[in-house]
Ligand binder design. Structure first.
Ligand code: SAM
Ligand code: SF4
Length: 328
């Protein structure tokens, strides 16, 4: 069995952006009440007493927008302090990063993914659902700050949406020519905004690779912590390119992750809620930690079966929950 040792932890379900593909303006986002967020102390207890003993050693903090969580730097420090932690990383939209890159580095964070879907401030504003050029500038300042502080590899995530930013693929790939950055193209999934997905469709990674290959050539590459991405490099480039092809390829059988939502739901699979458990309710209801540990261990054990059911059922519908709610 594939070891299940990687936990994606959503620390918040709110966001300061309204990305069209994730939390479109006007959508009913059904936020959880703040008092239902796992507190820093609850999260720490769950990690120490439940997740680490069950075998989780690698953690990614995400959201919503994790930099909006006031105690984020302390949460990072807590996870870094766990002797069993082999890896901790963070995914952010970068908007608040110019101020937070240094404190996060000092707390022990070394790996960071920043979403940047466009190099054009107007296109960016359209994608994130917030008018004006200031946000792109602030995200770019956040990326520069992270680079200065020392985050390496610095990874940029791009969701490619036909007719919106697919014309920028070569410009985004060109960022790797003279920078040691890692640009990752993510196939748009029918999750969060089914209407947009139905209207635009998605671009298979191979189409992007062939555009890049035609322009510069493309060879296999390598990068630390590549997860489900296939890694390539433009010959002679400083940085690398990643392609996350969850639509065109099924990588369920090599999936090593589970997701914990801000309000404590532990989900064995991104697109299948079978078997999920609410750890906050169990913890606050007074269930002994040993019993919670057994419940989590049983879910880890059942996960491959849950993944395979999803794949074999050929599920192709759209999903009600957004990445921001599940912990993308
Ligand atoms: N707010 C942070 C950010 O945007 O990086 C972290 C949370 S966000 C939900 C995590 C990742 O999910 C981002 O890279 C985002 O682009 C991706 N994502 C969200 N909705 C998606 C969708 N429908 N298809 C593919 N990727 C999506
Ligand atoms: Fe916010 Fe990230 Fe979703 Fe965009 S992708 S709306 S930045 S949570």
């Amino acid at each position: 069995m594939n070891p299940i040792d990687y936990l994606r932890i959503s620390v918040i379900d709110r966001c300061n952006f309204r990305c069209q593909y994730c939390m479109p303006e006007g959508a009913d986002l059904a936020y959880v009440l703040r008092q239902n967020w796992l507190t820093r102390q609850e999260l720490n207890r769950l990690l120490r007493e439940v997740f680490v003993p069950v075998g989780f050693t690698r953690f990614r903090l995400t959201g919503g927008e994790p930099l909006l969580r006031a105690d984020l730097v302390d949460i990072v420090a807590d996870i870094v302090a766990l002797p069993e932690t082999e890896d901790i990383s963070l995914t952010s939209n970068g908007f608040l990063l110019a101020k937070l890159a240094q404190p996060l580095w000092e707390a022990g964070l070394r790996r960071l993914n920043i979403s940047l879907d466009s190099l054009d401030a107007d296109t960016f504003a359209t994608i994130i659902g917030r008018p004006g050029a200031t946000r792109w500038n602030q995200v770019w300042a956040g990326i520069q700050a992270a680079h200065r502080v020392g985050f390496d590899p610095l990874k940029l995530n791009v969701v490619v949406i036909p007719g919106v930013n697919d014309h920028e693929v070569l410009d985004l790939a060109a960022l790797t020519l003279d920078r040691q950055w890692h640009v990752r193209f993510i196939e748009f999934m029918p999750i969060g905004n089914g209407d947009l997905f139905a209207a635009t469709g998605w671009v298979p990674s191979e189409v992007l690779r062939s555009q890049i290959r035609d322009r510069w050539g493309l060879v296999s590459g390598n990068v630390l912590g590549n997860g489900p991405a296939d890694i390539f490099q433009i010959p002679g480039a400083q940085g690398t390119l990643g392609f996350i092809s969850q639509m065109s390829e099924c990588f369920c059988d090599r999936c090593n992750r589970m997701r914990l939502s801000a309000d404590g739901w532990l989900r064995p699979c991104l697109l299948n809620e079978t078997g999920q458990i609410n750890l906050r309710e169990l913890l606050r209801g007074g269930m002994p930690l040993a019993e919670i540990r057994d419940r989590v261990a049983a879910l880890v054990w059942a996960k491959p079966e849950i993944n395979f059911k999803m794949r074999d059922s050929g599920t192709t519908g759209t999903y009600r929950r957004t990445m921001s709610q599940i912990g993308g």
